[in-house]
Design a protein around this ligand. Structure first.
Ligand code: CDV
Length: 306
């Protein structure tokens, strides 16, 4: 399939006390709306099943593990998979993954339109810190609760369209996009939980936060001639505001759909994957124009060396 009607299914706030079942009910309501609009694929946010728990400092690993899923699908999410299969809609969403070996990842999965998982991604760029930070207005403990993803930035053939995923902070890194671009990616899906306030710079306004998110996604899409869908979990969670601004972006880097609220909200766009070809064959024909002899530092060096 080369033309997909894609839904960006933004979720509003999820409180600490909200059950997985309640959240899945909201996701199914958005899925039903998507079906009514003819969607073939629906993308949900990062850590879609729970509140953004890395804002909470926890020392008891048993308590931490309550936020994680040991299998996917599981009893709570099976109804979402079932409804997606009924509607013949592929889905992608994020969750906290606890593997049988006891490893913790910030994960996204992708299904085909029959409800089979056909792709998995584990977040590579984990922001934040490991220990309680008294200097911040609020905590961001992803580095405490997750290990960096071990699957790289794979792409997946889903009914003749090459799809890839990344998660939240990954969108700000050009390397994320280029590694998928080098595989010929045609659609990048990502979810995010981005606080409306910078915990280390209160003065930074929401406008700048939204701009940086959009700038990252539109640039990534344009520079790799790919469609992109970026979906927020938004609203005030446990007293902490998360920004909205979910977007669908075309391979020229233009925003073709954008949410307007900080609540559960679906926006859709018809996305013709063949529109990726012009950019991939001309200005971003990597085989003809890249100069890898000058890119060594990208992989041999991590921090800045003046
Ligand atoms: N969940 C995230 O990865 N959030 C980061 C915040 C901490 C800046 C983001 O890049 O949006």
């Amino acid at each position: 399939m080369r033309e997909w009607v894609i839904g960006a299914a933004q979720l509003g706030a999820i409180q600490k006390s909200d059950s997985r079942e309640a959240v899945v009910g909201r996701m199914i309501a958005l899925l039903d709306q998507a079906a009514a609009k003819g969607c073939d694929l629906v993308v949900y946010p990062e850590l879609a099943l729970t509140t953004f728990f890395p804002r909470w400092y926890m020392e008891d690993q048993a308590e931490v593990d309550t936020w994680f899923e040991r299998e996917m699908p599981n009893a709570a999410t099976q109804p979402l998979f079932d409804r997606a299969r009924e509607h013949e809609i592929a889905i992608s969403f994020g969750y906290a993954e606890l593997t049988p070996e006891g490893r913790h990842f910030n994960t996204s999965i992708l299904t085909d339109r029959q409800g089979h998982i056909v792709g998995k991604y584990r977040k590579v760029h984990l922001p934040g810190h490991v220990e309680y930070d008294t200097e911040r207005d609020f905590q961001h403990l992803e580095k405490r609760y997750f290990e960096p993803g071990d699957l790289g930035f794979e792409t997946f053939d889903n009914e003749d369209t090459l799809m890839g995923m990344c998660i939240c902070n990954d969108r700000r890194w050009p390397e994320t996009w280029r590694v998928m671009g080098l595989q010929g990616v045609e659609l990048v899906m990502l979810g995010y939980n981005t606080p409306s306030i910078n915990s280390q710079n209160r003065g930074e306004g929401l406008e700048k936060r939204l701009y940086h998110s959009e700038l990252s996604v539109t640039a990534g899409a344009y520079q790799n001639a790919t469609w992109a869908v970026a979906v927020a979990k938004a609203g005030v969670e446990d007293g902490f505001p998360l920004m909205g601004g979910s977007i669908i972006v075309d391979p020229d880097g233009f925003v073709v759909a954008r949410t307007e609220t900080e609540s559960d909200e679906l926006v859709t766009a018809t996305c013709d994957m063949d529109r990726c070809q012009f950019g991939k064959q001309t200005i971003f024909d990597f085989a003809r124009h890249r100069r890898v002899e000058h890119y060594g530092r990208i992989t041999s060096q991590t921090g800045v060396k003046r």
